[in-house]
Design a protein. Structure first.
Length: 300
């Protein structure tokens, strides 16, 4: 798969995630945050598992054997995913779709910073200004002068560190195992099982609560988890984590557009300009490294 194809998959994942913010806000019903997160990821796991099993057998036979350490790291990846998703979901229920999309984008500048700080991974120089421009774009889209942090916003902010770590872990595990579908299936299963267990302990949900949220669980489980997170894992096998984070940040734009279309949230001209700035950053990351000047400035 070419890098361009991988980045298109990441963009499609961002489209699905952006539209899912609406469902995550209105489709939960009375079900608790952790229980909803566990249920939707378990649905996603069931979607991906048959394909992951086939890929696992092929990779084991033709490329490499899975080691005990691989499974442990995948469990850690799933646990980080559960933490990020639960914190974000808790915040989404207590703020606007546009604000939750904006604040989630805080993870974009964190990814290259954490990669450089802990993994000593240097990146192409364009990643730094592009990441900053993505954050500025999402700030503009949030309403700029009118940003007021509510309780829900703080929960979303707390999720961004875990999203940044998750992006790094997914890229590393997809490349190491050479089995992105296996990475997706294992992290979904871990997230789903742990989420339901923790939800039962903390939230004590009733069967009626799950039935009331069944459409939201199925929609987000199939599309946001089963499709979008799997597309992320596949795409990140061929795209560096900082570049992937910038591309995935376009979910902010699609979240705002979904809020406008389905919830009546309105976008101003300035907010549309913020969206354009995000897309300009994505195009810069995609095209500049392939120019003569860009190739001369690559840092590895």
């Amino acid at each position: 798969m070419s890098r361009l194809q991988a980045n298109l998959l990441l963009t499609l994942a961002a489209v699905i995630w952006g539209s899912s913010f609406v469902v995550q806000q209105i489709g939960v019903g009375d079900l608790g945050t952790i229980s909803f997160t566990g249920a939707r990821f378990l649905v996603g796991a069931l979607i991906v598992l048959p394909f992951a099993f086939r890929q696992f057998r092929r990779v084991e036979r033709e490329e490499r054997k899975f080691q005990r350490g691989d499974w442990l790291k995948l469990v850690i990846t799933g646990t980080v995913l559960l933490t990020a998703a639960a914190l974000q979901q808790h915040g989404i229920l207590r703020t606007t779709v546009t604000n939750s999309g904006f604040l989630t984008a805080l993870y974009v500048p964190m990814v290259p910073f954490l990669g450089l700080l802990f993994l000593k991974r240097k990146v192409h120089f364009i990643v730094w200004p592009a990441a900053i421009c993505c954050f500025i774009g999402t700030y503009i889209m949030s309403g700029a002068q009118r940003v007021e942090l509510a309780e829900g916003d703080l929960w979303v902010i707390s999720s961004t560190l875990f999203w940044a770590v998750h992006v790094i872990l997914v890229g590393a595990m997809a490349s190491k195992t050479r089995a992105p579908l296996v990475v997706a299936a294992v992290q979904f299963t871990v997230c789903g099982i742990f989420g339901l267990i923790l939800g039962y302990i903390v939230e004590s949900p009733l069967a009626a609560d799950f039935l009331g949220a069944v459409w939201g669980i199925c929609y987000v489980g199939v599309f946001s988890v089963g499709m979008a997170f799997t597309l992320q894992v596949i795409g990140q096998r061929y795209t560096p984590a900082p570049d992937a984070a910038i591309i995935l940040s376009s979910e902010t734009v699609f979240a705002a557009l979904s809020g406008m279309l389905f919830l009546g949230e309105r976008l101003t001209t300035m907010q549309f300009m913020g969206g354009a700035l995000i897309f300009a950053s994505i195009i810069a990351v995609e095209l500049l490294p392939h120019t003569r000047i860009g190739k001369a400035r690559i840092l590895n």
